[in-house]
Write a protein that binds this ligand. Structure first.
Ligand SMILES: [Zn+2]
Length: 134
């Protein structure tokens, strides 16, 4: 679980950093146009298309509203279509990620940044660590 921070200071949760950061059409080396994709867009595609979740579930997982999820998802699909149809490269943004560790309680959802075995607020040991992304 990772968190992405988007201007202005909005957190979006993603389950993983992308493994592959660049896709390009085979044999098209010159004058290749690049489309920049954001990690949150990739996550939207993963949740909806790969994991087959409903939009409400996707939005919940990313901790954003359904209309916001829909907007991100539509934008992601459009970029992928653009790359496939018009032979453009897809570049996944990574520069904006910051490896700051964040802990989250799975019971009360409290978040803190100090390592520890239990939630400082409710004492639960059901915690997970995330990475904050900016
Ligand atoms: Zn707690």
């Amino acid at each position: 679980m990772f968190i992405i921070m988007v201007r202005p200071k909005k957190y979006r949760f993603v389950s993983a950093f992308p493994k592959i950061l660049y896709f390009k059409p085979h044999g098209m080396l010159s004058e290749l146009e690049e489309i920049e994709m954001y990690v949150e867009e990739l996550e939207a595609i993963k949740l909806k298309d790969l994991d087959g979740l409903k939009q409400e579930e996707c939005a919940k997982k990313m901790k954003i509203s359904r209309p916001t999820f829909h907007r991100i998802y539509r934008r992601a699909r459009k970029k992928i279509a653009e790359a496939l149809i018009n032979g453009k490269a897809l570049k996944i943004e990574r520069a904006a990620m910051v490896n700051k560790r964040v802990f989250e309680c799975l019971i009360c959802y409290y978040r803190w940044d100090q390592r520890g075995g239990s939630c400082p607020k409710c004492g639960s040991k059901k915690i997970r660590s995330n990475f904050m992304v900016r």
